[in-house]
Design a protein around this ligand. Structure first.
Ligand SMILES: Nc1ncnc2c1ncn2[C@@H]1O[C@H](COP(=O)(O)OP(=O)(O)OP(=O)(O)O)[C@@H](O)[C@H]1O
Length: 222
């Protein structure tokens, strides 16, 4: 589903963020990505989402090398990926409904279909009652779940999460990880970047560990 082949990423002003990175994530697999701050976790996720492009090597998603994907194909590629960020990046002047509807609205989907999809996504994250609320009126955990609803509303086969629970207390974080496991159970491919060592060792999924841009451990290959 996702394959890195000898990938390097160099930021002109900072040097190499990823070095000779190779791994493969199978369809339906759930994996954690960990490592110190600055190890390259966000960069790796950005390469999959085509927010950044590799300097060398290939990133293959769904059997297609995305490095040379024409600009006009990028929106279609991104629609297959739900991205979740630590700071959830919600629009505070829009309702919860509008925030979740946004990725569908820009595809030109009819409003009736959008309504059905948005309510299904909000139901999955347990926020159906909040569709008219504004994000500021919600708790941190609820806001994060709105961000998750927005990521899944297009039913992407891949979910990438970058420190999705960094600002949440352990109980709220557990709720978010329960959700990820539910997505995993229905066949979504997930990669979750986190510093939360205690949780990832307890949850017993594959762990990819970066250190200074190199993959230094991969429990899937042990
Ligand atoms: N847009 C950018 N421009 C220049 N350098 C960058 C950019 N993004 C990341 N870097 C650099 O690349 C390296 C890897 O950063 P990255 O954000 O991928 O690490 P990370 O493991 O996600 O860190 P954290 O856990 O702190 O989020 C760091 O040295 C960082 O300063």
């Amino acid at each position: 589903m996702i394959r890195f082949e000898h990938v390097n990423k160099r930021y002109p002003e900072r040097g190499e963020a990823l070095k000779d990175l190779s791994f493969e994530l199978a369809a339906g697999e759930m994996a954690f990505l960990t490592g110190h701050s600055g190890a390259g976790k966000s960069t790796l996720l950005k390469l999959i989402g085509l927010i950044e492009r590799p300097t060398r090597g290939q990133v293959v998603v769904d059997g297609r090398s995305i490095g040379d994907l024409p600009r006009r194909r990028i929106p279609f590629h991104r629609r297959r990926i739900g991205m979740i960020f630590q700071d959830h990046r919600l629009l505070n002047d829009r309702t919860v409904y509008d925030n979740v509807a946004l990725p569908l609205a820009i595809t030109g989907m009819p409003n009736r279909d959008i309504g059905r999809r948005v309510r299904a996504a909000l139901d999955q994250v347990g926020l159906l009652a909040f569709e008219r609320a504004h994000p500021v009126a919600l708790s941190g955990g609820e806001q994060q779940r709105v961000g998750i609803a927005r990521a899944i509303v297009g039913r992407p086969p891949i979910i990438l999460a970058d420190e999705p629970t960094g600002n949440l207390d352990p109980e709220l974080a557990s709720e978010i990880y329960d959700l990820f496991e539910r997505f995993h159970e229905v066949g979504v491919t997930l990669m979750i970047a986190t510093h939360d060592q205690e949780r990832i060792s307890r949850m017993a999924y594959r762990i990819l560990r970066l250190h200074q841009g190199r993959l230094i451990a991969d429990s899937g290959n042990w």
